[in-house]
Design a protein around this ligand. Structure first.
Ligand code: NAP
Length: 248
């Protein structure tokens, strides 16, 4: 359950905050009082998402997280217009599935540069400010696929496993400045990304989920809110699966 006012005055950036898990995270943080900067590729969708959030002071920016200069400039704009960032949720992600021997260079590069490169670009852009202020929580949205792998998703699995290494390294490097970094690894969550699989594949996947249902974006968003907040003050460098028990 959201605690109203938990993040009053805090500024949160959510990449890929316009749809799916990112939108649920933005809504959850806004309900808890944060001012949220929604970043996404599509400016109109990002603006609509920011407008839909509870409370005041939310903003939207079009930003390709794979572009490090765009990330630096988005962070500058948010800090100038809204205030110092204390929560970063690296959620933007894409899939370009293909079997290994047919995977094209672009499919590999696009997934790795968005899912892993994007988190690096954004984390580096906010880190100095967070370290100076000795306050910050960074949450990377990875995937259980980064833990267990998946045929046809070598690029996606590698990018998400890479996020786990990034999470632990950032956690070690920034801990002395009271900046925490954790990852949430969702299982199979109902969003546009998974809708493409169709009902038959979803039913087959469900058989592999001990809690016997697909996840909802809110299942992930509430864990992100917990990790962002004071109740998680002694938790850093962790990867928490939110997957109905799929990857035990
Ligand atoms: P989604 O519905 O496809 O939404 C993806 C979001 O990422 C959109 O807001 C999109 O913006 C944004 N985005 C994509 N490329 C971007 C880029 N280069 N720069 C900035 N923003 C970009 O995805 P989702 O299912 O909510 O997934 C969110 C995260 O959870 C991803 O990292 C995904 O890998 C992870 N995840 C999802 C599942 C699942 O079952 N759904 C499971 C495990 C992990 P636009 O609207 O502008 O396109």
């Amino acid at each position: 359950m959201t605690k109203t006012g938990e993040f009053a005055g805090a500024v949160a950036v959510v990449t890929g905050g316009s749809r799916g898990i990112g939108l649920a995270v933005s809504a959850e943080l806004a309900r808890a009082g944060a001012k949220v900067a929604v970043l996404a590729l599509d400016a109109e969708r990002a603006a609509a998402a920011a407008n839909s959030l509870e409370g005041e002071g939310h903003v939207a920016h079009s930003c390709d997280v794979a572009d490090s200069a765009a990330c630096r400039s988005a962070v500058r704009m948010v800090e100038k217009s809204v205030g110092p960032i204390s929560i970063l949720v690296n959620n933007a992600g894409v899939t370009r599935d293909n079997i290994l021997v047919r995977m094209r260079d672009e499919e590999w590069a696009q997934v790795v540069s968005t899912n892993l490169g994007g988190a690096f670009n954004m984390t580096r852009a906010v880190a100095r400010g967070m370290m100076k202020r000795r306050a910050g929580s960074i949450i990377n949205i990875s995937s259980v696929i980064g833990l267990i792998g998946n045929a046809g998703q070598a690029n996606y699995a590698a990018s998400k496993a890479g996020l786990h290494g990034l999470t632990r390294s950032v956690a070690r490097e920034l801990a002395s400045r009271n900046v925490r970094c954790n990852a949430v690894a969702p299982g199979f969550i109902r969003t546009d990304m998974t809708a493409a699989l169709g009902e038959a594949a979803a039913a087959e996947l469900r058989q592999r989920i001990p809690l016997d249902r697909l996840g909802e974006p809110e299942d992930v968003a509430e864990v992100v809110r917990f990790l962002a907040g004071p109740e998680a003050r002694y938790i850093t460098g962790q990867v928490i699966a939110v997957d109905g028990g799929m990857a035990m």
